[in-house]
Design a binder for this molecule. Structure first.
Ligand code: GRG
Length: 305
């Protein structure tokens, strides 16, 4: 199966899982509607796809491409939980107290539709639901349980104060016009790369991945995450409103510390491709099993949203 077909297949599976998990919930209708609004507004589903693909990479079975339907059924709640955490972070990031953005994923931001109070609750609801869903789907076999719990711990720390929340805090504290390389690296390795690497490691842990797989995925995730952030910064400068799903130019307007602001556009592009080369090099020893993750990394360099 070619890369695009596989990507679409994985996305569709995640989307079905999200609909199923959300429709099962009893909740106050307004907050649930606001949660669904942002979750179902689109998005690349990158973190769940990285998680599923890392699970596949960690498999000992080389006789087939991808995982079986029953394996997918078992891991899809954790894949969906990652998307819930990511979507909560986007809703909160867009709030007036943070980035104050009006558009996300091609639609009005959550607080523009539901007001700030409900948007905060929708974010909180998604973050909690992620952990509810993971805990409700613990594997029944003792053998699988330990890897699953380790994966949950990795997700919690990469989304929490050791990861994404610290990156966001540093981003908020950084001053307009600040130009310090170590601050830029701190922000992006925590705000963006941490959850990406967390998703990859979690996928491998759930499938009993050994140190060799985990180390390779960590290396891949770190380089991939930084390249992803650089391309995000470039898109904010050069992207198209419709494809991007939000107005470009917001980083410049807010005087944000970005890669193009620090290094210029050409050097930033070069850095992104160097990071992607580095990411790929970590997975090459895995041969055919790493094809999807390698193509995914390379595709980041030409993404338009
Ligand atoms: C509020 C705790 C907290 C954290 C917010 C995610 C985040 C941290 C901020 C978003 C700001 C931003 C543009 C970060 C750069 C990289 C990034 C995470 C982009 C959005 O992720 P995509 O491109 O989005 O995967 P989709 O919509 O495709 O899911």
């Amino acid at each position: 199966m070619d890369f695009q077909t596989l990507y679409r297949k994985k996305t569709s599976y995640v989307n079905k899982g999200l609909t199923f998990l959300l429709n099962q919930r009893k909740s106050h209708p307004l907050v649930l509607e606001a949660m669904k609004y942002s979750l179902q507004a689109g998005g690349k589903r990158l973190r769940p796809i990285l998680f599923i693909s890392a699970y596949e990479l960690a498999s000992n079975d080389n006789s087939r491409e991808g995982c079986t339907q029953s394996e997918l059924d078992a891991i899809i709640p954790m894949a969906c939980a990652l998307e819930m955490i990511h979507t909560y972070s986007l809703i909160h990031d867009d709030l007036p107290a943070m980035d104050n953005d009006d558009y996300r994923r091609g639609k009005l931001t959550n607080h523009k539709v539901y007001g700030e109070a409900i948007a905060i609750l929708a974010g909180d609801g998604l973050l909690n639901l992620a952990y509810e869903v993971m805990l409700e789907h613990l594997p029944s076999s003792q053998e699988r349980l330990s890897g699953y719990l380790k994966a949950m711990a990795v997700i919690a720390s990469s989304a929490g104060i050791s990861g994404m929340i610290s990156g966001q805090s540093a981003d908020i504290q950084s001053q307009e016009g600040e130009n310090d390389e170590s601050v830029l690296n701190y922000i992006h390795s925590h705000k963006t790369e941490a959850l990406i690497t967390g998703a990859l490691k979690a996928g491998a842990l759930v499938n009993g991945g050994d140190t060799r797989v985990l180390d390779a995925l960590s290396g891949y995730g770190k380089a991939f995450g930084l390249a992803f952030q650089i391309t995000d910064d470039i898109l904010d400068l050069k992207g198209d409103l419709v494809q991007l799903g939000k107005a470009p130019g917001s980083d410049v307007k807010k005087g944000k510390l970005t890669y193009p602001a620090k290094y210029g556009l050409e050097k930033s592009r070069k850095m992104a491709s160097q990071y992607i080369e580095e990411a790929v090099s970590f997975l090459q020893p895995f041969g055919k099993k790493s094809e999807f993750l390698i193509t995914l990394a390379v595709s980041m360099l030409s993404r338009n949203h």
